[in-house]
Ligand binder design. Structure first.
Ligand code: C5P
Length: 282
């Protein structure tokens, strides 16, 4: 069986405070997008994982195999699988690729096992694999809080289609923990997440990310990249998650080119109830 595993962007991203457990309390509007990986999964006599990206480990460190182990541990089922992961989502980009792969694996295993687990339990279990995984059990647009794992799907929310959405990714990445570590909470503008939600719902391009400045401190070139992207003609350029990718809205006529930057044309993506994300037709 073949499953689509989408990336996400954060239309806005607030870092609220540092918690005692080392995580940060956040409030963010997450959106699934059509850029994604595919997982081909079948029942097999033992676990086997292959991946098109040679930079990704295919052993127990891979979130896909962690998800397989978690599913077995939680259900007590002796299910083993062969998985081929076709990677399109860049890593260390803030696009949630690993978390999405983990969520997709849990969904797929449950389906292969005859759906013994509720959708809510799968979402709950996925939190053990990463703060972003639970989001992928939402319907594709969700307001996320806690460390990112508490989500509520927004059903009638749509981002404007008058402009085209692009992802811009430089060749270098950033590990999430370093970006949070570089985040000085006293320097953040305390924007109200509820106000951000209502401004976006009204169609205002109120996109921002509290992790941009920490990421720019770690890699000053990122600030220059943002400026260069705006100069290409995009009307908004915002970093997603802990970076280093940016999501950019611009006129439909704009086809961007910048040396060393990979551009992906994409669209927002939604999921039907009791179904997983389908490969979008662009
Ligand atoms: O949950 P995830 O594995 O994605 O988190 C990776 C690291 O990023 C955490 O160990 C933590 O250092 C940092 N993090 C954080 N606050 C969050 C999410 C992640 O500080 N809300």
């Amino acid at each position: 069986m073949i499953f689509f595993s989408p990336a996400k962007i954060n239309l806005f991203f607030r870092v609220l405070k540092k918690r005692d457990d080392g995580y940060h309390e956040i409030a963010s509007l997450y959106q699934a997008i059509g850029l994604g990986d595919t997982l081909t999964i079948e029942l097999h006599h033992r676990d086997e994982l292959s991946c098109t990206d040679p930079l990704l480990a295919t052993d127990e460190r891979n979130l896909v195999l962690k998800a397989v182990h978690l599913f077995r541990k939680k259900t007590g089922l002796a299910i083993t699988v062969k998985i081929d992961l076709h990677k399109q989502i860049p890593i260390e980009a803030g696009l949630g690729g690993g978390s999405s792969n983990a969520a997709t694996t849990l969904w797929a295993l449950n389906l292969l096992a005859g759906s013994p687990v509720s959708f809510q339990d799968l979402a709950l279990w996925s939190c053990e694999l990463g703060s972003d995984s639970a989001f992928f059990f939402s319907k594709g647009t969700a307001f996320c809080t806690g460390r990112g794992e508490v989500f509520s799907s927004l059903e009638n929310f749509s981002i404007p289609t008058s402009q085209k959405l692009w992802i811009a990714k430089p060749s270098y990445g950033l590990p999430t923990p370093s970006v949070y570590q570089a985040c000085d909470l006293s320097l953040i503008t305390p924007r109200d997440p509820q106000e951000a939600l209502s401004r976006l719902a009204k169609g205002e391009a109120y996109y921002f990310n509290d992790l941009e400045n920490p990421a720019f401190t770690l890699i000053p070139q990122l600030a220059i990249l943002k400026k260069n992207l705006l100069e290409l003609g995009f009307s908004s350029v915002t970093m997603t998650g802990s970076g280093t990718a940016f999501f950019c809205f611009g006129p439909k006529t704009l086809t961007p080119h910048l040396p060393g930057i990979k551009f992906y044309a994409t669209t927002p993506l939604l999921r039907e109830d009791h179904d997983w994300y389908k490969t979008p037709q662009i």
